[in-house]
Structures are given as structure tokens and as C-alpha cells.
Design a protein around this ligand. Sequence first.
Ligand code: SAH
Length: 230
Amino acid sequence: MNPQEPAALAKTVRLLMELRRGGIGDHRVLGAIEKTPREMFVPAAFEDQAYENIALPIGNGQTVSQPYVVALMTESLELGDRDKVLEIGTGSGYQAAILSRLARRVFTVERHRELLREAERRFAALRLGNIVCRFGDGAKGWAEQAPFDRIVVTAAAPEIPAVLVSQLAPGGILIVPVGAEYRDQRLLRLCRRGDGENTVEDLGWVRFVPLVPGLPRLEAGVGAPGESED
Ligand code: SAH
């Protein structure tokens, strides 16, 4: 289905209304969602559900988040168009695509090579030239590119990852789902203040796949567990 077709447009409008009703008020975030065809980010079998406000499977046991959660995370990042953003967990690339429309540059890390390849193909098709992808363990962040104005983790961590906080610029914002159990995760927002004191806010319940340290066995190769191949 072409996103310009009336049926797709109607579904997009319905989704945007649902997000507004859910409390998403930032018109820039809603505009980025409107411009980004979610159907391109899901397997063909789920295309007809692409504009439903639900999470969908994307392969490798992973999911693309519910549009409401993507919108909430994006809005809570309070992005400026000069911001350098790090995303952990590229997955389908949908969240990165939304971020790329609102920030200067998006750096995104994924530990499943096939998912990353697919995401890169989508970024090229949509001509999103300000997204930089890396295959590797995002639990370590991206030290060479730090500091970041904003960091968003799209997989659940057992606690706020200290290494990511250390890669955040003063005044920066980190959004991360935290919780050991799938049914017991809260979305947290940490603001790094210039004086070294950080504030943490709770944005509510969420459900994410876990942040898994290291690389899948086949990818890591013998003798190099947990190391990226960069
Ligand atoms: N932002 C994605 C959501 C993907 S789900 C989207 O818009 O589609 C979470 C993703 O995090 C999965 O693809 C998973 O493979 C990835 N992930 C989990 N642990 C990771 C790690 N340590 N490093 C990099 N990616 C990780």
C-alpha cells in the first residue's frame, strides 16, 4: 500500500488522532509520524496492521514498538534540530527514522546484523541521510561519538545504564525503559545537569524486549564474545 493512497492516509489520520487523544501534543512529533510510512518497517504479513496502535513482530524475536510509545519517547526527548542523538536498539529502524526528522544526526546501534541491514535499506529508500548505523553491543554506548545531546534506549535495561549516562552531554536527556521483568518496566527520563546532579522522572509503564549485552553467538565469533566487529 502506498502511503499517499487514500486508504493509507485515512489510517494515518486515525492513528494521529489516537496519539493526540493519548496526550501527544507536540505537532513536530505528530508531523514526523505522519511523514514516516510505518508499513515499510514491518514484515509484509503485518502491513495491514501497520497503522494500528500496536507493537508488531519484526523478526529475530524482536518487535517494533507501539506508535504511542514511539511518540511518547520522542516527545519526552524534547529534541532540537541541532541535537546529536544516540539510539540503542535500531530494530526495524522506525524510531530512528522518526528521530532523524527532528534532530541533526542520529547514531543507532543494533546487535542483530540482519535487522540492521533491513533498517539501513529502509533509511536509504526514504532518503534519510542523517542516520549513522553501527552493528555492535549498544549496552556500551558509542564512546567514539560521545557526548550525545539525547540518548534513547529502546530495549529494557535492569537499571539506568551508567555508561550511557557518562556519554550524555551536560543538559542532556536519556530515556530508558527499566525493569527486570517484562511485566514490570517503567519508562524513565534522566536529565543530566551541568552540576553533576541528575534528575530522574518516571514516565509510566511500558513493555520492551530486554537489552541483551554482547552479540548473538554466531555474530560474536569464536574467541570474541561480546565484541563488536567494527
Ligand atoms: N527501536 C526499534 C525497537 C526495536 S526492539 C524500532 O523502532 O523498531 C529492541 C531492539 O534492541 C532489538 O532489535 C534488539 O535486537 C536490540 N537490542 C537489544 N539489546 C541490544 C544491545 N545490547 N545492543 C544493541 N541492540 C540491542
